[in-house]
Design a protein around this ligand. Structure first.
Ligand SMILES: [Zn+2]
Length: 479
């Protein structure tokens, strides 16, 4: 018997359409060949005895909307093997994020899925593994037979999710059935920070998914929080169920979950301290004897796609006279360009911030001292999204050290500080650009708080201007 063939491709980036800096082709790392075949989902398919034909899987850390020409280049390359052998496949496997925003066309995933369906027809199963922060479209749900999403935030089940989606695709092929997907949209948008899955309402929601899966003919159920910082029609939360035949029992259970979410809206809260920026200064003054105090500048969160160039909090700290703090980091390629020709110990007059976003605050530092310069670390060929090291410098100004990068890279832990000549133990206060703190920094902090700053990832989404979302939508149309 002829070996069944599965086509695999995908594209993963979480977009932030409020970041004016568009993402481009070069922001992506492209997995191909053996590297893609070694990922957990593809391994399941290969180990199950299928002939897996993979194209590319471009991945990037969160960023601004992807420019159309570059997306089109990815899409064409992704679909080449399928175009070359239009009827040669028995199934399609797609590891995706689900919140890729593309200039002019909106959802990148919806475009890819629609093109795949156009090529392969209606009869072969397509399975997608998605991030919990995906915004799901009706079109994509209708066209994909199996949709399965992460069940943890912060995400620690990425591999398990890809494995389960692949296993369900194997099941569909082995049983010779074509599952279908039902989407129940929830008119509710919120920042991901309002739903952690280790406790509270987030945990309760995730615990209800197996109850849906207990119903007859249901293969899997997923809950999607959505990605709030994209101005798009498909934004919002959703319950998604995949299965075969009569799925009515599971769909009814899923409707109960939808209602549970709407009825419990007031319970979606931040898990730790969250406060307006003005309150942060008092907070750090109160706790700085019991260090380290770690503050996240939440609206400039690079891990949710913000530009990372806002010196708003730095300006606030400087004006308040707080000292012995380190800011890690602010993205400013021009500043790195200027510092490059100087040496450690030199004193310069420099302006930091607002490199990309007109709305980001700039801060003038007259007489800043150069403490550290790390050049030539940028690795253009780096295959790991998080291994790439930007060029950096550290400037000291009025008792505050500022770590500056030439390109967007998140700071997750103390090792990133160490790579740039800094040690957390030297400071009372660390300010990072995250939403909820990474587990490593949360562990390291004696006290921590999220500052509800203005910017691309404003936690108070009501303060941003959306033009494309559906209405009614909570919290915008709260009665
Ligand atoms: Zn996510």
């Amino acid at each position: 018997m002829k070996m069944k063939r599965i086509f695999a491709t995908g594209i993963s980036q979480e977009s932030n359409s409020f970041n004016p800096l568009k993402s481009t082709y070069d922001d992506f790392v492209i997995y191909r060949g053996q590297e893609f075949r070694d990922t957990p989902g593809l391994k399941v398919l290969i180990d199950a005895g299928f002939d897996v034909v993979e194209s590319i899987w471009p991945r990037a850390v969160p960023g601004g909307t992807l420019n159309f020409e570059d997306f089109k280049r990815f899409a064409d390359e992704m679909l080449t093997p399928l175009e070359d052998d239009r009827k040669g496949f028995d199934a399609v496997f797609l590891p995706m994020h689900g919140a890729l925003d593309v200039e002019h066309i909106g959802s990148g995933e919806a475009y890819i899925i629609a093109r795949i369906r156009e090529i392969v027809g209606q009869d072969i199963p397509i399975a997608a593994a998605l991030d919990m922060h995906a915004n799901i479209m009706y079109g994509a749900a209708d066209a994909v037979n199996i949709i399965y999403g992460y069940r943890t935030a912060p995400h620690i089940d990425v591999a398990e999710t890809h494995i389960r989606a692949a296993e369900l695709l194997v099941r569909a092929l082995n049983e010779g059935v074509t599952p279908r997907t039902k989407l129940l949209r929830i008119p509710y948008m919120m920042p991901g920070e309002n739903m952690m899955t280790s406790s509270g309402i987030g945990k309760e929601i995730i615990e209800k998914l197996p109850l849906i899966e207990k119903h007859e003919n249901i293969w899997c159920a997923s809950y999607f929080v959505g990605m709030a910082w994209i101005d798009c029609y498909q934004n919002g939360a959703a319950v998604v169920v995949s299965g075969v035949g009569d799925m009515s029992g599971g769909i009814e259970e899923a409707s109960k979950l939808k209602q549970f979410v709407l009825d419990n809206r007031s319970r979606f809260q931040y898990q730790g301290n969250a406060m307006e920026p003005e309150e942060i200064i008092d907070f750090v003054k109160k706790h700085s004897h019991d260090r380290p105090v770690i503050i996240s500048d939440s609206a400039d969160n690079k891990t949710a796609g913000a530009a990372g160039d806002n010196a708003f909090m730095l300006d606030m700290f400087l004006r308040s006279g707080v000292e012995n703090a380190v800011f890690a980091s602010i993205i400013d390629p021009e500043a790195i360009e200027r510092v490059k020709s100087q040496k450690i110990g030199d004193v310069i007059d420099i302006e930091i911030g607002g490199a990309f976003d007109q709305g980001s605050k700039k801060v003038a530092m007259k007489g800043a001292v150069i403490k550290n310069i790390t050049l030539g670390l940028s690795n253009e060929n780096s295959k790991n999204l998080f291994e790439d090291k930007p060029r950096s410098c550290v400037l000291n100004y009025k008792g505050i050290d500022v770590l500056i990068f030439d390109k967007r890279k998140p700071v997750f832990d103390e090792s990133t500080l160490a790579e740039h000549g800094l040690s957390l133990s030297d400071y009372n206060i660390l300010v990072v650009k995250q939403g909820y703190l990474s587990p490593e920094l949360l562990e390291a902090a004696k006290h921590s708080a999220m500052a509800l700053t203005p910017g691309n990832c404003n936690q108070k989404i009501e303060r941003l201007t959306y033009k494309k979302i559906r209405h009614p939508m909570y919290p915008f149309d709260e009665a």
